[in-house]
Write a protein that binds this ligand. Structure first.
Ligand SMILES: Cc1cc2nc3c(=O)[nH]c(=O)nc-3n(C[C@H](O)[C@H](O)[C@H](O)COP(=O)(O)O)c2cc1C
Length: 240
């Protein structure tokens, strides 16, 4: 199996420690590829919108985005991590997610995403881990992923792992190991079940693309939906 990890920070801090614990049971059975932000996607999306209108390969940051995208499309499990910075995901993580706006369901979602699993690992000092996880979950779910596991925690003490109370460390270890066991049990040779909410979102996006097609104003996105037969009977979660 293949796992792609996208670390929202280059710091080897608490987030890194928790991520290492999560991937530990997979190390002997999986090929794990890791990306560290901002190193592996150092630029912001600048609003040129050429990914939407001319194609993702026209992006000034295409070499970075293409490397990450190829890896996540091949992965059986995607792991995304971020500490809370002012109640949200790190700016570096947000910059990466912005680049993948064209992969949101109303535009050109990748077929592969509909059968994938993902895990989000976030933590903070006091408050903000949940909203951080939500920042990432919004993108993953609009990319088409239904099966998303979330670990989020508040340290409520120190910000250095070794300085946390033993009780706190034990509880973090227990919870991250529980999530790792849950995801280690999955049979990755079968695609994940597509939830009803994903299908509803798809239906809504299809309705928009149908309108666009009817009015003859469709661009790249509409052509993409047409080519996959999604404006007819084909659905990304129905594998032939
Ligand atoms: C710029 C910045 C903003 C932060 N904002 C929050 C916050 O909104 N809520 C919170 O509880 N902790 C906040 N923190 C604390 C970090 O989330 C916390 O120290 C976390 O454990 C850092 O993870 P790391 O060791 O993986 O870097 C912030 C830290 C920084 C540097």
């Amino acid at each position: 199996m293949k796992i792609t990890v996208i670390n929202g920070t280059e710091k080897r801090g608490v987030t890194y420690k928790l991520k290492e614990m999560f991937i530990e049971p997979f190390k002997s059975v999986a090929e794990i590829t890791e990306y560290y932000l901002p190193k592996d996607c150092p630029s912001f999306w600048v609003g040129c919108a050429s990914c939407f209108t001319k194609g993702e390969n026209t992006c000034k940051d295409y070499s970075y985005i293409n490397a990450v995208e190829k890896s996540i499309l091949e992965a059986d499990l995607i792991v995304m991590t971020s500490p809370a910075y002012v109640m949200h995901a790190t700016g570096a993580m947000k910059a990466l997610l912005d680049h993948f706006g064209y992969r949101w369901m109303p535009h050109r979602p990748a077929l592969e995403m509909f059968g994938k699993r993902a895990v989000i690992i976030t933590q903070c000092l006091g408050a903000g881990a949940n909203s951080t996880a939500l920042d990432i979950k919004n993108s993953l779910s609009w990319w088409g992923i239904s099966k998303i596991g979330v670990f989020s925690a508040a340290l409520m003490g120190d910000i250095i792992w070794d300085k946390l109370s033993e009780k706190k460390r034990k509880s973090l270890i227990k919870n991250i190991n529980k999530l790792a066991r849950k995801f280690a049990k999955i049979n990755y040779s079968k695609p994940a079940h597509t939830k009803l909410i994903t299908k509803i979102k798809f239906k809504f996006c299809r309705f928009i693309q149908k309108k666009v097609q009817k009015n003859g104003i469709g661009g790249l996105d509409c052509k993409y939906w047409q080519e996959r037969g999604w404006l007819d009977k084909n659905r990304p979660w129905k594998r032939k």
